[in-house]
Design a protein around this ligand. Structure first.
Ligand code: PGA
Length: 251
């Protein structure tokens, strides 16, 4: 395995506690169709595979009424974009973690939320400026657990997937990392269940990522299976300038 050269973060349940915002947007879409509302704990269990999957789960729980899921999705998106500030706030410790990592690692977001929604909620939460790129699932094939978003994130940074560390709370995050050949760390403060695989790193608080990175680097010292720096792709000039021009959010 290679040294970690960049970090990718899942969004919902990892950077942002967004369950309440997703519940509100979903309930607006359901109300428009004359369908019942769902509470926070129920909706929380439907987050992680993107809004189409959340809507599908809600419709299933309503007994699969004959409504147009695309119309519901448009309503869901409009409700999210109308009040992105209400869509969730950063978990405690996340802004401090990002501040400490900035300048040491390029960072990107890899989420099953579509990109416009992801950018809007990250911006409203004051986090967008820390990231070199936001990779949202804009088509069903891109969705985690497919490796596409991680492969794309690595390419945008001029890296290969084995030099990424994917940090996420869900099964889809860990499976996408495995499919792309990235390392993964699971966060326990989000919406997903603990992974069965004991080799996946576990973080119980955001700042634990710093010690986790140090452990990985220590383990790699003397690992000859990793090619020397000069043989590895270096970040492309476009990704370097993307990182260099990141604005520092006023937190
Ligand atoms: O389900 C969603 O909307 C997005 O989920 P993710 O940010 O955990 O990938």
């Amino acid at each position: 395995m290679c040294r970690i050269a960049a970090i990718t973060f899942d969004l919902d349940g990892t950077l942002l506690d967004s369950a309440h915002g997703v519940m509100v947007a979903l309930n607006i879409a359901l109300a428009d169709e004359g369908l019942p509302q769902f509470d926070g704990p129920t909706v929380r269990g439907w987050i992680g595979d993107g809004p189409d999957a959340t809507i599908r789960q809600a419709l299933k729980a309503c007994g699969n009424p004959a409504v147009d899921p695309l119309r519901m999705r448009r309503r869901f998106d409009a409700a999210t974009l109308a009040s992105p500030r209400d869509q969730g706030r950063a978990y405690e410790g996340i802004p401090e973690l990002l501040r400490k990592l900035a300048g040491r690692y390029p960072m990107a977001v890899v989420t099953n939320k579509p990109t416009p929604l992801a950018r809007a909620v990250l911006d409203a939460a004051g986090l967008l400026g820390w990231f070199a790129a936001v990779h949202g699932a804009d088509t069903p094939e891109q969705r985690k657990p497919a490796p596409w978003l991680l492969q794309h994130a690595a390419a945008r940074l001029g890296l290969t997937p084995p030099s990424l560390l994917m940090v996420g709370d869900g099964d889809a995050d860990l499976k996408a990392a495995a499919a792309a050949g990235c390392r993964a760390a699971w966060v326990s403060w989000g919406y997903g269940a603990a992974p069965a695989d004991p080799t996946v790193g576990r973080l119980d608080a955001p700042l634990q990522l710093l010690a986790h990175l140090q452990t990985i680097h220590q383990e790699l010292q003397g690992d000859s299976s990793c090619p020397p720096e000069a043989d590895r792709p270096s970040p492309s000039s476009s990704s370097r300038s993307a990182v260099a021009t990141l604005r520092q959010p006023a937190t």
